[in-house]
Design a protein around this ligand. Structure first.
Ligand code: ADP
Length: 565
């Protein structure tokens, strides 16, 4: 080592390693390097005994990013002088640097260079070059063998630092961010997508613009991309989500992220190719311990785009949240169906009457038709006319049964563009008999050319029937009910029921939409709560008030179909 002079550019250094603190003479580890630690250069002694096989591999053409990182992970730092501690080490502590693999203390963008120099020096070839990394700017690095210790290499690093604070600050802030990211409550994987650059380049040269179509036609490109893009780091939460103990299991090909969702990989590649800053979707993730989870995957592509080695991939495990959502929706649906069935129970007489009417008409028309046919000269024209009416009545009865069945059936909510006036007429079929038997005076003012609303037909019928039924119960016999549909000034369509009943006691006005609030002896108190949850789920609003002229007025507003959520 004595024959090796200081690196050539030391004299023009804006701040060289020479400014660093002197070695601590009491520290026994530095003794071996003391003699060469005087010229501002930082020195390392590296133990390459565990890296022999990988060093040998360099000559058979297997050099790659993987090779470099594996090699440097096997090479251990045997000793370091104070300058090296300043330049590369964790703050001030030799014991935290000595014994570590080189990968722990050397910036990853310089791994390829250092690995090649180590391999060359180990093979007895001259090994020196100038490199720049995030930690040092235009430094000269020289690696040389030590004849007395064949398993030991000496690394010298000399050069210039553009910003006099950079060694300390870059290192310290990198440590801070590493520690912060490591303990963040979100699962994060750092991904190196450098290997995609030549693939994208080649595709662009071939004139590919729609990479989605390209990947659909040539799926092996996506498979290969999954293989060559690498996870380079993972935080604690990511290990937990992935069901692994140590980061070693996940460092390597990113393929495992997409094993249960291969189509997601194609969309992630497409977003990258198209220049997106980030991409998110919910996908299935197969964990290392065999569980299948629902995760929200977010890929943040590097900025600037050429830093392909620092894409971030976050995995938010939303399985439990989705399950709770599904259970909640199921509960809502069950509750709403229970309310519909209870409503149908209340309407049993009305419904029976509604079905009976066409059935009675069928019987009468069939009997009359038989009489026309039984004549000496059968009147076929009359029989045909009556048969037509029979068919019409049968269709009418069947429609009523269908509507009742739709009300009673368990079903998932659907959304379609609906004309509210038609839904009102459909709802009226359930309560017509109720209104007639109580001689209630029903008036309707239905708006013409109303925009359509986006909604579930049966649920909206349920709301309207419920509100009318409450009005019927409030007005008793010979009361008045007015139904109205109209455009709402705030971009929606409004439905109003105004009755001539006693109205709502002011102290109950803010309680009537609560579940199980009722003032009726036979009441259950879920009708209005269900109405509210249905209308809210449609992105609308519902309210109740007492009309100045007397009686209660219930009004809901639904957003119009084009602007509905
Ligand atoms: P229920 O009809 O089983 O009582 P609802 O949730 O439909 O349950 O109604 C809750 C309460 O709201 C009723 O008990 C009643 O006090 C009040 N209410 C509902 N509609 C009217 C109305 N049109 N006029 C007066 N009060 C009403």
């Amino acid at each position: 080592m004595a024959g090796q002079g200081p690196p050539p550019d030391m004299t023009e250094a804006s701040r060289s390693f020479a400014g660093a603190e002197r070695a601590d003479p009491a520290d026994p580890g530095i003794d071996r390097l003391r003699e060469i630690d005087g010229d501002g250069t930082a020195w390392w002694a590296l133990d390459i005994s565990d890296a022999r096989a990988l060093i040998a591999a360099v000559d058979d053409g297997t050099r790659s990013v993987e090779w470099a990182s594996a090699l440097l992970a096997a090479v251990r730092i045997a000793d370091a002088d104070q300058n090296a501690l300043h330049a590369l080490g964790p703050l001030g502590a030799r014991w935290r640097m000595v014994g570590q693999p080189v990968t722990a203390c050397w910036p990853s963008e310089g791994w390829g260079d250092l690995a090649e120099l180590v391999a060359a020096a180990a093979a007895g070839r001259p090994a020196s070059r100038r490199i720049s990394t995030s930690l040092f700017d235009d430094a000269t690095i020289t690696v040389s063998g030590n004849p007395a210790r064949p398993d030991m290499l000496i690394v010298s690093l000399g050069g210039r630092v553009a910003d006099h604070r950079s060694f300390w600050l870059v290192r310290a802030s990198e440590q801070r961010y590493r520690s912060l990211i490591h303990h963040l409550p979100w699962a994060l994987l750092q991904v190196d997508a450098t290997a995609m650059a030549p693939i994208f380049e080649a595709l662009r040269c071939r004139g590919v613009t729609d990479i989605g179509a390209f990947l659909a036609a040539e799926p092996e490109v996506a498979l290969r991309s999954r293989d060559i893009v690498r996870v380079t780091d993972a935080n604690l939460k990511a290990l937990q989500v992935l069901g692994v103990e140590s980061a070693d299991r996940v460092i390597g090909s990113v393929d495992f992220v997409f094993s249960a969702s291969p189509e997601t990989a194609k969309r992630v590649i497409k977003a990258h190719f198209d220049g997106a800053r980030s991409y998110t979707e919910v996908m299935k993730l197969r964990t290392f311990d065999g569980r299948l989870r629902d995760v929200a995957l977010t890929v943040t592509y590097p900025t600037p785009p050429e830093r392909l080695d620092v894409s971030m991939l976050s995995l938010d495990d939303i399985t439990d949240r989705l399950r709770t959502d599904v259970q909640y929706r199921q509960l809502q649906a069950d509750y709403s169906r229970a309310a519909r069935i209870s409503m149908l129970g209340e309407l049993a007489t009305s419904i029976a009457h509604e079905v009976n009417q066409p059935l009675a008409a069928i019987v009468t028309n069939a009997e009359t038709s038989l009489r026309w046919l039984a004549r000496d000269e059968p009147n076929l024209a009359k029989a045909m006319q009556l048969t037509g009416r029979i068919a019409e009545s049968a269709r009418h009865a069947s429609d009523i049964v269908k509507r009742v069945r739709a009300m009673a059936a368990p079903r998932a909510a659907e959304r379609e563009a609906l004309e509210l006036n038609i839904v009102v007429f459909e709802a009226l079929a359930f309560v017509r008999h109720e209104l007639e038997t109580r001689a209630i005076d029903l008036s309707m003012r239905l708006g013409s050319s109303l925009p359509r609303v986006l909604g579930d037909r049966v649920q909206l019928q349920q709301v309207i029937v419920n509100l009318i039924l409450n009005a019927v119960q409030a007005v008793g016999t010979k009361g008045r009910i007015e139904l109205c549909t109209a455009p709402d000034p705030h971009d929606g369509v409004a439905f109003t029921v105004h009755d001539s009943g006693p109205g709502i006691a002011p102290e109950y006005l803010d309680r009537i939409f609560q579940s199980f609030f009722t003032t009726k002896d036979e009441g259950v108190g879920i009708g209005l709560a269900i109405c509210q949850s249905i209308i809210t789920a449609h992105g609308g609003t519902i309210g109740a008030a007492n009309h100045p002229d007397g009686g209660a007025r219930f009004r809901f507003v639904l957003p119009v179909a084009e602007r509905a959520p």
